[in-house]
Design a protein around this ligand. Structure first.
Ligand code: KMH
Ligand code: ZN
Length: 270
């Protein structure tokens, strides 16, 4: 099996310091969190950033500052994947901004979904716009699949040439779709030829989903954005502890952990 690419989702847009004091919010804290996660085995950093008050922002300048900080802090800089999902309710204009900060990858949310008590809106025209801009800038999208219909939309974007092959999919389990083995199996079975995939299990589903991905040749996302606990009732001291746990699981299932160079090759990044 190919080495497993571990993505560290360090910040998110919804999490607060009240929920976990280990959440990085300043550019320095985020750079340090990235360094620890990359040292632990992550090759991709999925990135949201915060303003000076710790609130989520899509400001291109703040993204640039944080990305530079991460690249400076890491002897071997990771692949930076900016979020174009932002926070629930962010405008299209705002969600396009992180693409200007020079990332190699970006998330591409392709369908609307209930998100807690809110709705994460991704109407088709917005999705097309985000996909077009990523293609224009040579940024590889990660198609975010919160629901089965999102996979269908991803396939359509590929047919339309808005997402180039080989496409990369992220299965987000436990927000809309229940985080079950059957659901993950169904999603994997619908992937197009040559596609790569990774799984983000939310909350307590993080590691059960990671275990399946490790056994089935998929890749894994962990990090505080999705789950703040290392074990029941034990807060992770940072995303790096969750990366360490994923690395230990990879060893258990006989998967090597991809270096940054290997991850670039697996994902066919330029
Ligand atoms: N914060 C969520 C509403 C992404 O990064 O693309 C969207 C999200 C997905 O986190
Ligand atoms: Zn995100």
């Amino acid at each position: 099996m190919v080495p497993v690419i571990i993505t560290a989702a360090l910040v998110g847009a919804e999490l607060t310091k009240q929920q976990t004091p280990h959440l990085p919010v300043t550019p320095d804290e985020i750079a340090q969190a990235a360094r620890l996660s990359v040292d632990a085995g992550a090759s991709i950093v999925h990135l949201h950033v915060r303003d000076d008050h710790g609130r989520p922002t899509n400001d291109a300048e703040r993204f640039r500052e944080v990305i530079e900080g991460i690249r400076r802090a890491c002897p071997i800089p990771p692949i930076i994947q900016v979020s174009t999902g932002g926070a629930v309710g962010d405008s299209a204009e705002s969600r396009l901004q992180p693409l200007a900060a020079g990332p190699e990858m970006a998330s591409l949310d392709v369908g609307s979904v209930n998100f807690g008590d809110e709705v994460f809106c991704n109407p088709r025209p917005l999705v097309r716009r985000l996909a077009e801009e990523q293609k224009r800038l040579g940024i590889k999208p990660e198609i975010e699949v919160f629901d089965l219909s999102h996979l269908e939309t991803g396939l359509r974007l590929m047919e339309e040439g808005l997402v180039l092959r080989p496409a990369h999919f992220q299965f987000v389990m436990g927000v809309a779709l229940a985080a079950t083995e059957e659901n993950l199996q169904l999603l994997v079975s619908r992937l197009p030829e040559g596609a790569t995939w990774t799984v983000a299990g939310i909350g307590r589903h993080q590691f059960p989903m990671a275990e399946l991905a490790l056994q089935w040749g998929g890749h894994v996302r962990v990090g505080l954005e999705d789950n703040i606990y290392l074990a029941k009732g034990v807060l992770a001291q940072g995303s790096h502890e969750l990366v360490q746990k994923a690395v230990a699981l990879a060893e258990r299932f006989g998967r090597l952990v991809a270096s940054v160079t290997e991850a670039r090759k697996i994902l066919c990044l330029a």
